[in-house]
Design a binder for this molecule. Structure first.
Ligand code: ADP
Length: 187
């Protein structure tokens, strides 16, 4: 089973994705974590990506597409996975749809974590104090929210046509939201 967590920055994709992947024994693929690891390691890809991430902009598809291809090709991702943080653009969605399609697979569920914008900002500012992520600054947060609305939110309509989008209110406790997610995917 392939599940995509979709939602604005700060909506809890990482937290819920981890719980869901553990409960379903599926690997979780998180492009943000992969990019942050590459940036920490100082690889050419990581150095290139960091410039965009720190500004709250999307890393260009030219960089991301090969990363997604590589992740989808891994043996542990052949039967299913939880995707966190991608696809995030129409071009990425096309690659994911095509790659799974060639394997006679498809995205089974899209979970849209729906959180009001004031709450998103509050969470990211709280996280900035705790984790010191370099893109949790007021300026980068503003850009990330705008980029989400412009580039990623349109994917909702793309997938809604296939009837696989479930809207999950993201403002309960972590456990309440996790339970609701399991309910909507029927597991
Ligand atoms: P958030 O959802 O809070 O923005 P992520 O860890 O998913 O956190 O992403 C952090 C940053 O990493 C993004 O602002 C972007 O620069 C980069 N990034 C992550 N995934 C992608 C992707 N699929 N395409 C382009 N950029 C990405």
């Amino acid at each position: 089973m392939f599940i995509l967590l979709l939602g604005a920055p700060g909506s809890g994709k990482g937290t819920q994705g981890k719980i869901l992947a553990e409960r379903l024994s599926l690997p979780k693929i998180t492009t943000g974590d992969l990019l942050r690891a590459a940036a920490r390691d100082g690889t050419p890809l990581g150095r290139e990506a960091k410039k965009f991430m720190d500004d709250g902009k999307l890393v260009p598809d030219s960089v991301i597409l090969s990363m997604i291809k590589e992740e989808l090709a891994k043996p542990e991702a052949q039967q299913g996975a939880v995707f966190d943080g991608f696809p995030r653009t129409a071009v990425q969605a096309e690659l994911v749809d095509r790659t799974l399609g060639e394997r006679t697979q498809r995205l089974n569920h899209i979970l849209l974590l729906d959180v009001p914008e004031e709450e998103l900002v509050r969470r990211m500012m709280a996280r900035a104090a705790q984790e010191g992520r370099s893109d949790d600054t007021p300026e980068a947060i503003k850009t990330r929210l705008q980029v989400y609305q412009r580039d990623t939110a349109p994917l909702i309509a793309h997938y809604a046509e296939r009837g696989i989008v479930h809207r999950v209110p993201g403002n309960g406790t972590v456990e309440q939201i996790a339970t609701e997610i399991q309910r909507v995917i029927g597991r």
